[in-house]
Design a protein around this ligand. Structure first.
Ligand SMILES: [Zn+2]
Length: 310
C-alpha cells in the first residue's frame, strides 16, 4: 500500500487519532488544567471530531489546543498531507505548490507552510561538540536584506546588504544549527559560539578574522586557508569545513529553487526547516514517515497568529 493511501491522509477521524497518538502517547491531557485522568471523549452528532471533556476544569478540549493547528479551519487530514509533503521533499515545497496540490487557497497554503516550519524549529539548546569532538562553523550569505539600506557600495560587491547566516555542524552527531546574524564581527560571533559549543571541542573554521580568538575558548582551533585554495589542512586531514559546505549547498539550492523571495523576517523559519531536514536525514537513519512523526511532535507550543507571520 502506498504511504499516501493511509487513512489519516483522507479520513478526519483517522487524522485526529493519528495526531493524538503522537502528541498524547499516554492518553489525552487537558491543555487547560493539565489533568490527564478525568476526561472522556464526547460523542453525539453535534460534537466536533476529537472533542474531549475535562471533569477537573469542566472545559472541552481537542488535540489542536496550544498547537500550530489551533484556530485553523483546514481539515486535519490536509494538514497531515502538507506535513508529509514538506518533510519528505529534499528541498522543501513552495506555498504555490501546496496551494495547487492540496487545492486550498494560496493564503491558506502560505499560512500552513509557515506554521509547519515553526513546528520544525528545534527547542534543543544543548551545546554542540564536547569530549574532543569536532564542530564546523561557517557563514554564508543569502538574498538581499531589505531592512538594510545600501551605503554607497558598488553593485554586486560586498555583503553588507545581504542576509547573513551562521551555521554549526557537529561532526559526531551530524546535527546542524543555523541562525541569522547581523554582521560578521568577532564580537557578534564569539558569544554565539560560546553559547552553542562545549569548550572541550575541536573548532573548525576558515581563516576569517572573526574566528582568530577562538583558540582561547576551545580545546583546539583548526582552520584552513580558503583564500589560498586550501580546503583541507595538509598537516591534519581532519581539519576542514567540508561538512558544513555540503549543508550550505543543500540550503542554497533549496532557497534558490523553491523559495526565491524570502524576506529577512522569515529567514529564521527557513533555516529551521533546512536544519530540521538535515538533522532528520536518511543518512542518519530517518525515513520519510519517521521524519513526519518527528515534525508532528514539534507542533505543540508553537501556536502562531497571522500578525506574527507578517
Ligand atoms: Zn482541565
Amino acid at each position: 500500500m502506498s504511504i499516501l493511501s493511509q487513512s489519516h491522509f483522507h479520513n478526519k477521524e483517522a487524522a485526529y487519532a493519528f495526531v493524538e497518538a503522537r502528541i498524547w502517547p499516554q492518553g489525552p491531557v487537558c491543555p487547560h488544567c493539565g489533568d490527564c485522568e478525568r476526561n472522556s471523549k464526547m460523542g453525539g452528532k453535534s460534537t466536533r471530531i476529537g472533542t474531549y471533556k475535562c471533569y477537573s476544569c469542566r472545559k472541552p478540549f481537542t488535540v489542536k489546543v496550544g498547537t500550530i493547528f489551533e484556530s485553523s479551519h483546514i481539515a486535519m487530514h490536509l494538514w497531515l498531507q502538507a506535513i508529509f509533503l514538506i518533510s519528505s521533499s529534499k528541498k522543501g515545497i513552495s506555498s504555490n505548490q501546496l496551494h495547487r496540490t492540496l487545492r486550498i487557497t494560496l493564503k491558506s497554503a502560505w499560512f500552513m507552510s509557515h506554521r509547519i516550519r515553526e513546528a520544525m524549529r528545534s527547542g534543543d539548546l544543548s551545546p554542540f561538540g564536547g569530549n574532543g569532538g569536532a564542530v564546523e562553523v561557517d557563514e554564508t550569505f543569502i538574498g538581499r536584506d531589505f531592512t538594510k539600506k545600501p551605503r554607497g557600495e558598488k553593485k554586486g560587491r560586498g555583503y553588507e546588504h545581504k542576509n547573513k547566516v551562521l551555521s554549526l555542524v557537529d561532526r559526531t552527531t551530524g546535527q546542524a544549527r543555523s541562525m541569522v546574524i547581523d554582521n560578521l564581527k568577532a564580537t557578534t560571533i564569539a558569544p554565539i559560539l560560546m553559547e552553542n559549543i562545549d569548550r572541550e571541542t575541536r573548532l573548525m573554521t576558515d581563516e576569517a578574522a572573526q574566528y582568530k580568538g577562538a583558540k582561547n575558548y576551545f580545546a583546539e582551533h583548526g582552520f584552513t586557508m580558503h583564500g589560498q585554495g586550501n580546503y583541507v589542512s595538509k598537516t591534519d586531514r581532519t581539519i576542514h569545513t567540508n561538512t558544513i559546505e555540503g549543508f550550505f549547498s543543500i540550503f542554497k539550492r533549496g532557497m534558490k529553487g523553491v523559495y526565491q523571495h524570502c524576506g529577512h523576517n522569515h529567514l529564521n523559519r527557513y533555516l529551521a526547516e533546512f536544519d530540521f531536514r538535515y538533522n532528520n536525514r536518511v543518512a542518519l537513519g530517518v525515513n520519510d514517515e519517521t521524519r513526519a512523526d518527528n515534525l508532528l511532535r514539534g507542533v505543540v507550543g508553537k501556536r502562531l497568529t497571522y500578525e506574527r507571520t507578517n
